[in-house]
Design a binder for this molecule. Structure first.
Ligand code: IPE
Ligand code: IPE
Ligand code: MG
Length: 251
């Protein structure tokens, strides 16, 4: 246990951490290497963060690995990234099982090749019994895609007479998103220095604490995650209430 780990209040851990893993390309370019080298080293960060979150007892970790918009990158980079994701997951499936990690995908994985999809589905099925950390990997994901899909499903149910417009509540909308049954993120971390959300979990982060760091993803490891959690714990989440109301409710 590091000195820093001791500063974390284990009673007030975030239940769900979402991360936009950004900065792989710039990390590699700053070393004079190809962008893809950043993605390869970034895998080590994914491993380290999953391990650290798992050890701390975090419930859910949702990682943005490939966005809907990322399909528009050069073909070689898209192929390299997706192949990397699929092969790493296949190799890590046993390890995840051993560590009681449950893997889920959120995103339009129908856009992947049948082989890639089958491999991801196998990793999910193999780890489905895990009772520890749930890792949600966002692949071919964007929030507007997911909200559009949810709206289509609800419109279909209404057209079939199965629901009435007034039956649509925040809960029914939430339950038609890819994150149905997953609590909203308590904290959203973005590495790589940009301060934007890039079409990630727009509905779900309504009350998440936002944490931006200049650290490029390949350099983001256990200590950086702990730092983000410590920062999160210093904040007062008010959910629209006053500070006095929050303090009274805590007593
Ligand atoms: C994040 O790093 C990984 C993905 C978006 C897939 P980038 O590849 O976006 O790296 P930068 O932001 O260009 O440095
Ligand atoms: C967001 O990063 C998507 C992922 C980390 C997978 P991008 O690098 O694609 O975001 P922008 O283009 O800087 O907004
Ligand atoms: Mg980027």
């Amino acid at each position: 246990m590091t000195h820093q780990t001791e500063r974390i209040d284990m009673q007030r851990l975030p239940r769900h951490i979402a991360i936009i893993m950004d900065g792989n390309g710039r990390w590699a370019r700053s070393r004079g290497n190809r962008r893809t080298d950043g993605h390869i080293v970034g895998v080590e960060s994914v491993r380290a963060v999953i391990e650290a979150a798992s050890e701390l007892g975090i419930g859910y970790l949702t990682l943005y690995a490939f966005s809907t918009e990322n399909w528009n990158r050069p073909r070689e980079e898209v192929d390299m990234l997706l192949n990397l994701i699929v092969s790493v997951l296949a190799n890590e499936t046993e390890g995840m099982k051993r560590n009681n990690v449950r893997l889920r995908m959120i995103g339009d994985i129908d856009r992947l090749t049948p082989e890639a999809r089958a491999s991801l589905e196998n990793s999910m099925a193999e780890t489905s019994g895990g009772t520890g950390l749930q890792v949600n990997l966002a692949i071919s994901y964007s929030s507007r895609w997911e909200i559009t899909e949810a709206m289509k499903k609800l419109a279909q149910l209404a057209a079939e007479g199965k629901i009435k417009p007034e039956d649509i509540t925040e809960e029914t909308i939430s339950s038609h998103l890819t994150t149905a049954s997953i609590p909203d993120p308590d904290i959203l971390i973005r590495t790589g220095g940009e301060q934007r959300v890039s079409n990630y979990l727009l509905w779900q982060i309504a009350y998440s604490e936002l944490y931006f760091t200049d650290i490029y993803w390949p350099d983001f490891r256990k200590e950086a995650l702990e730092q983000a959690i410590i920062d999160y714990q210093s904040r007062e989440r008010r959910f629209g209430l006053t500070s006095d109301q929050i303090k009274t409710a805590k007593k």
